[in-house]
Design a protein around this ligand. Sequence first.
Ligand SMILES: Cc1ncc(COP(=O)(O)O)c(C=O)c1O
Length: 428
Amino acid sequence: MQYDAYWSRAAHAMAGSAIRKMGTVSVRVPGLISFAPGYPSPDSFPWDECRAITGDLLAERRTSALQYGPTRGFAPLVDAIVEVLGTRRIASRPDQVLITTGSQQGLDLVARVLLDPGDVALVELPTYTGAITAFRDVQAQLVGVRQDADGIDLDHLDRTVAHLRAEGRRVRLLYLVPNFQNPTGLLMSRARRLEVLEAAARHDLLLVEDDPYGDLYFDEGTGPDDTRPIKADDTDGRVIYLSSFSKTLAPGFRVAWLVAGEALAAKLEVAKQAADICTGALDQHIVWQAIVRGVLGAQGPRLRALYRERRDVMERALRTQLGDVLRWREPAGGFFLWAALPDAVDAEAMLERATTAHRVIYVVGNAFFVDGGGRNLVRLSFSQPSPREIEEGVSRLAAAVHEELGAGARAGATGTGGASRGTSTPRG
Ligand SMILES: Cc1ncc(COP(=O)(O)O)c(C=O)c1O
């Protein structure tokens, strides 16, 4: 049966995530080393603690763990989240919190509640693909704002908003990932955060602050003060703050939350009623107990050490094998290393060779740019592969890159254009 005639206008506009598609490549190519998905390491999961908690919850025959629950979320978990927010310097009340089925659901709800078809959502260049899909699925128009080393470029933001408003466009919100951004790994400076909040008030924009990685800082010089959320300084309810247990406990729970002004949180709750009635009750109970029993607290130092080591292994291997070709900025936390190939190398064209001939994959930068840029950029996730796999994967990547450069040089010698070496710097 042909279904095209049945699609809604919104369904026509929907496009699958480039990163999700790569999951099918991993399954198809045996022995593939994947730097593509932003999955946590399975070594980070608190297996024994989860087994004990689940056993206890079921042994107690705690009805609420297997029953439908409130759309807002399991109340003791909401209370525990208010405390977690306090450790991030965000003052909140339970009626401002909504538990979501992953932060991805939070983004979807925000899109459905705040954006009409044709409205403009501003995003960083580059930005998280899941936000791109959530906003596009409601037929919003995404407009990118450039970043520098400290975060979003405020002059560009001012000019972009002025230009769009002069055209009569409704510019509703600005989506940001200030802590160890996906994909660039960038940490927005404290000063820039305050300036962004001020600019949002000046332009009357809502800020959507997405913070799944803030606890995963690596360096002695980087800490909770540097990752202080913009929401912590929001006095008029302008910031919708999203965070998740996916990277700190396990993404399989699909438990995350958002905090927003009460009226906004209430509207988002209504939208969630239609989406899934409530987030899985057993998942919420396990996460609640993981907080109460101190499991979440113990994860922080463990995960910081685990991912710092992987970042170090990846950087060392890249320096040795591709140091003269690739350019990147050291990520101070999170899961991602964002690197630039020489301008002449098309990372998308190279992906085919990398996958089939060298059995290594990455995400091509253009998946993250709403303006079509990023073809010579790659996102390399160091979170999931083991240190040995990271070393082997970088060797394979180096072979692919050097072949690509060799092919470019040969083509250059025959007059069809050559590759330049190591001239670009990462954007963002
Ligand atoms: C910036 C960002 N936001 C949201 C998510 C989605 O997280 P969750 O598992 O909570 O849906 C991710 C996951 O990779 C992410 O990187």
